[in-house]
Design a protein around this ligand. Sequence first.
Ligand code: A3P
Length: 293
Amino acid sequence: MDNKGEYLLNFKGYNFQRSLVKMNIVENMDDQEIRDDDVFIVTYPKSGTIWAQQILSLIYFEGHRNNTENILTIDRAPFFEYNHRNVDFAKMPSPRTFATHLPYYLVPKVFKNKKVKILYIYRNPKDVLISYFHFSNWMITHEASNSVETFMETFLDGRVVGSNWFDHIRGWYEHRQDFNIMFLSYEDMKKDLRGSVLKICNFLEKELSEEDVDAVVRQATFQNMKSDPRANYAHKQKLKNWTRNNQGKFLRKGTIGDWKHHLTVDQNERFDRIFNRNMKNIPLKFIWDMNEE
Ligand code: A3P
């Protein structure tokens, strides 16, 4: 990507990835077929979308859970606005599971009936920033930055897919009463995966046996997803024109606090000031460090 920002497509104030977005979906959002029992994972990019997609695939699909099916996780919970593998949404069995990065104001109006279940996964934005920095430098379809400093400016200006991180989470949180939504943090999932899977099952009103919960948890750990070709974009890695260096992995590090290895003291303090200003009325809990309670 040589021309700055060209990979973005702005529609109603929100940046989509131009190469993937399905305009027939985003321009006709209210005409999309939505079923009462649909489940949507909502995330800002780099917040653990594939992780949540894998967890939902394992919860809902027995064959995914007992490894008898070889269907990709991203086909089990396809991206709604991108649908880059052209899954036939109408043919998906109910309850359908989707992933989306959409902001609250672009989703179909019918979501406000509060039937559709929305699982909003959020991650501390310093780790999102660092994950996104690496990802953007790695993917051919994204714009590379020569330093964290440059990317931090781009990120804070919202000149990335997903637009501004603060707008995304604030929008969803401030309008939470309009939706049937549960917020769960990446860090909670990391610190207590079993507890998080149970919380998700509870929200989805899905009862699994102890053994089935164990199987979900086992196959949703970072290490196991890294070696599970259904869940780690292995099919993409084979493509020559996907990444800039044909090395590295989509599941890069999967930790809490990687930002500490990348942000300078000054960048960190600047980030904190902006975070405190933007998030002062948002009581969501943020964990910045693996050792934090
Ligand atoms: P890192 O780049 O910090 O490693 P998304 O799917 O929204 O693009 O998010 C990708 C991020 O989630 C990456 O973060 C990836 O490693 C992390 N991730 C994916 N699966 C994970 C898992 N099972 N446990 C922890 N982190 C995971």
